[in-house]
Design a binder for this molecule. Structure first.
Ligand SMILES: [Fe+2]
Ligand SMILES: [Fe+2]
Length: 290
């Protein structure tokens, strides 16, 4: 059955104007929220390189020309995400964050542990699981205006672009996992549990690392975490607000395109195609949510 879903369009050489004057706490002046997102930003470049490698492991076994093309476009999109997040991460270095250390930990875990000792079927399934997480995170950030509404417009635009492209390619790793690597239900759901736990732990540790590096005392950080964890895991939290979408992954017959595109996607796409400017596209999405 053919279903209609957005085309995967690699977009390159984008300029978000990520200059030095981006406020240190660009998300509503809030240290926890900002560093939580910044923690993700330090994980993305290595993480996306890992996703690319894990999908590439199976590329030679793909015979369907459409899936082959989708893999190509997926790789180009993830490659660009890594480049832009690395650009932004340079700002974090200027702020005194030891980004190299954080990236080194991520690289060691993904490439020296997982890719060395874990079967390729399993790392592909973990990639598909992460792609589900990024796709629902994209929706959580941009379909609910309370989440990113207070962001610096350039950062808003950068995350909006990343979110829209995550949505465009959300089924690629999943299709390779099911159609080519023939991963079964148990491995699919087990890897989802694995990545959910490890992603949450890693991001909270990195957030704490950054807040400590910013000079916040243990007491201050405890307060920031008490409030921040509510923002993430409270009843309408960033993650818990998407619990329903998250759990769909555990349905035996799940496929990412059972859920359509996010509501703001067409708006974003139209604005981007008209202006060629990702900041303008972000502004349109922002205005529509306000
Ligand atoms: Fe990405
Ligand atoms: Fe992705």
């Amino acid at each position: 059955m053919a279903h209609h879903h957005p085309e995967i369009i690699p977009r390159e050489k984008l300029n978000f104007g990520l200059d030095r004057d981006i406020p240190q706490y660009w998300l509503g002046g809030d240290p926890f929220k900002t560093r939580f997102c910044d923690a993700m930003s330090t994980i993305f470049p290595e993480g996306e390189r890992y996703f690319i490698s894990c999908v590439r492991d199976f590329r030679d076994q793909v015979s369907d020309p459409q899936l082959k093309q989708e893999i190509k476009d997926f790789i180009r999109q993830e490659g660009q995400h890594g480049i832009i997040h690395s650009q932004f991460n340079e700002h974090l270095k200027v702020q005194g964050i030891d980004v190299d250390k954080l990236e080194g930990i991520t690289r060691w875990f993904l490439f020296d542990v997982l890719r060395k000792y874990v079967p390729k079927k399993h790392t592909l399934a973990a990639t598909a699981a992460c792609e589900h997480l990024t796709a629902i995170l994209a929706e959580a950030l941009f379909e609910r205006k309370d989440m990113m509404g207070s962001a610096d417009p350039r950062m808003f635009a950068m995350y909006a672009w990343h979110a829209m492209e995550e949505m465009e390619h959300k089924a690629v790793a999943f299709d390779v996992m099911q159609k080519v690597a023939k991963v079964g239900y148990l491995r699919r759901v087990w890897t989802q549990l694995e990545v959910t736990v490890s992603f949450n732990i890693q991001i909270l540790l990195f957030t704490n690392f950054m807040l400590k590096s910013d000079g916040f005392s243990v007491g201050q950080r405890l307060k920031q975490f008490a409030k921040g964890l509510w923002w993430v895991y409270g009843p309408k939290g960033l993650f818990t607000g998407s619990l329903g979408a998250y759990l769909k992954y555990f349905k035996p017959g799940f496929h990412p395109w059972q859920e359509g595109e996010m509501r703001s996607y067409r708006l974003w796409l139209e604005a981007f195609n008209r202006s060629g400017d990702p900041v303008e596209a972000g502004r349109v999405v922002y205005a529509a949510a306000a």
